[in-house]
Design a protein around this ligand. Structure first.
Ligand SMILES: Cc1cc2nc3c(=O)[nH]c(=O)nc-3n(C[C@H](O)[C@H](O)[C@H](O)COP(=O)(O)OP(=O)(O)OC[C@H]3O[C@@H](n4cnc5c(N)ncnc54)[C@H](O)[C@@H]3O)c2cc1C
Length: 350
């Protein structure tokens, strides 16, 4: 199945009438590259728990990860909504986001990592937990508590006192490394403070608002692949003298799956468009993430059902459910995001 489909071109026409051709060219080139180079490797990342490092390097070398960034940074300056079709991360240097700690996940303000200013340096002490790309990334965005409150720092991989734990075994998303990050009297230049002391929590909120749209988009992609596999199988598998795609109960699943995917895609694009237009989008970003991630889990579950016993035993079917499952937890659990959506909506004047 082609990754870049005619309906994507239609969507781009609706969203960016003036730049449709330009955005389509970039996205169809990206889709062709993904189909040829990355998709064939995906099962390998899962079953052998092989890390995605080499594939990520080839993505970066192809310069196709720069979609929403300004041209002064070498970016393509394309609309953010174009970024939520493929949903990939940019950067020559790999960065890692280090917020979660053993005793503070959803409650990020309860950060226990300490950052103390000593002359022209900060000294960091603490432990971060479940950090994606820990040990592989070149740079670590670390939240630590200073006298003025939570503050953000960039810690380079080579910083003295920075260590990483073992790669944790995971249900899904096995291509990425996840481990602990330990800071023991880790000294970094005072210049590596991001902004000012006490601004860390607000910076984290800003980053998460955007990345939640990307997480939603990622889930749309996962659901789409599981859906397409299930539809193809339903048109080949026979039972009771006919194709299973002819049974009404299978058709109901297919209709619900594709409707959920379309709604999730549009919600992600809507949140992206609000962001592009400089409008408030935090509630919509959370709505997009909650809806797209939960839809993806449901769609992948239904795909397993359509495959029957094969769905439960074939890694290439159930890995989509296992991958999607993380995203109702990471970058804001569904419960916490529902709290954010409700408080935002209650504060809006009706
Ligand atoms: C594979 C993987 C990769 C990750 N990568 C990163 C990363 O790169 N960087 C990073 O910083 N973190 C990362 N995380 C951590 C992830 O963001 C946290 O696991 C997540 O934020 C939840 O925190 P927690 O695990 O401490 O759960 P908790 O906060 O302890 O929550 C436990 C349960 O309680 C619920 N809960 C909590 N508070 C409330 C409330 N007020 N009302 C109702 N329910 C509530 C939660 O929704 C959840 O169901 C990763 C996690 C995993 C599994």
């Amino acid at each position: 199945m082609p990754l870049f489909k005619p309906e994507h071109r239609q969507l781009l026409k609706m969203l960016h009438p003036a730049r449709e051709e330009e955005v389509s060219d970039v996205l169809s080139g990206l889709a062709a590259f993904m189909e040829e180079k990355i998709s064939p490797l995906s099962p390998k990342f899962d079953s052998l728990a092989e890390k995605i490092t080499s594939a990520r390097k080839s993505l970066l070398e192809n310069g196709i990860c720069l979609i929403p960034y300004p041209s002064r940074y070498g970016g393509l300056e394309l609309p953010f909504s174009a970024y939520t079709l493929p949903g990939i991360i940019s950067g020559k240097k790999l960065a890692s986001f280090s917020l979660t700690e053993p005793a503070s996940g959803s409650d990020a303000k309860a950060v226990r990592t300490k950052a103390r200013r000593v002359g022209m340096e900060y000294v960091l002490n603490g432990t971060k937990m479940f950090i994606t790309n820990a040990g592989e990334a070149d740079l670590y965005f670390v939240l630590g508590a200073t006298e003025k409150g939570p503050s953000s720092f960039i810690v380079e991989k080579s910083a003295p006192g920075l260590e990483f734990g073992e790669d944790l075994p995971k249900l899904g998303m096995r291509g990425s490394r996840t481990s602990e990050l330990r800071l023991t009297d880790c000294r970094i230049s005072a210049e590596n403070l991001v902004g000012r002391e006490g601004e860390g929590f607000e910076q984290v909120k800003t980053m998460l608002n955007s990345s939640r749209i990307v997480m939603g988009a990622l889930c749309v992609g996962v659901a789409q692949v599981a859906y397409e596999k299930a539809v193809t199988y339903s048109k080949e598998r026979r039972a009771f003298g006919g194709l299973i795609s002819d049974f009404q109960l299978i058709r109901e699943k297919i209709a619900d799956m594709v409707t959920g995917i379309s709604a999730a895609r549009l919600l992600c694009l809507y949140a992206s468009r609000l962001k592009e237009m400089g409008l408030e989008f935090s509630s919509e970003a959370s709505q997009a993430k909650v809806f797209a991630t939960e839809t993806s889990v449901r769609v992948c579950d239904q795909a397993i059902q359509i495959f029957g016993g094969l769905g439960y035993t074939s890694e290439d079917v159930h890995r989509h459910w296992r991958d999607a499952r993380l995203l109702t937890i990471g970058e804001g659990t569904s419960e916490v995001l529902r709290m954010l959506i409700a408080s935002r909506e209650l504060a809006r004047s009706l």
